[in-house]
Design a protein around this ligand. Sequence first.
Ligand SMILES: [Zn+2]
Length: 95
Amino acid sequence: MLVALLLLVGLLVASPAAPASPGHERVSVSRVAPSPDYPLEVCVVTGDPLAPAKDRRALDVGGQEIQVCCAACQAEVEARPESYLAKFRELLADR
Ligand SMILES: [Zn+2]
């Protein structure tokens, strides 16, 4: 009886957790036409103001438009889209 109980406890402790999926799903990034009602005035990468005349780029990041100030920042968002999506939401909440 004691052995059975120990076995049961052992099984419960050793029961595998739900398999964690390694590597989150990839957020796709593509360039889009900038929308006139984009809510932020700063680049999510540098934090600098998005000057309209500058090399501003609008990106679709997993369905969310994110605008950055230049090609270097676009590359940065493409490299780590999840980070900048989070940053965008943070900036939006902080306004
Ligand atoms: Zn930039």
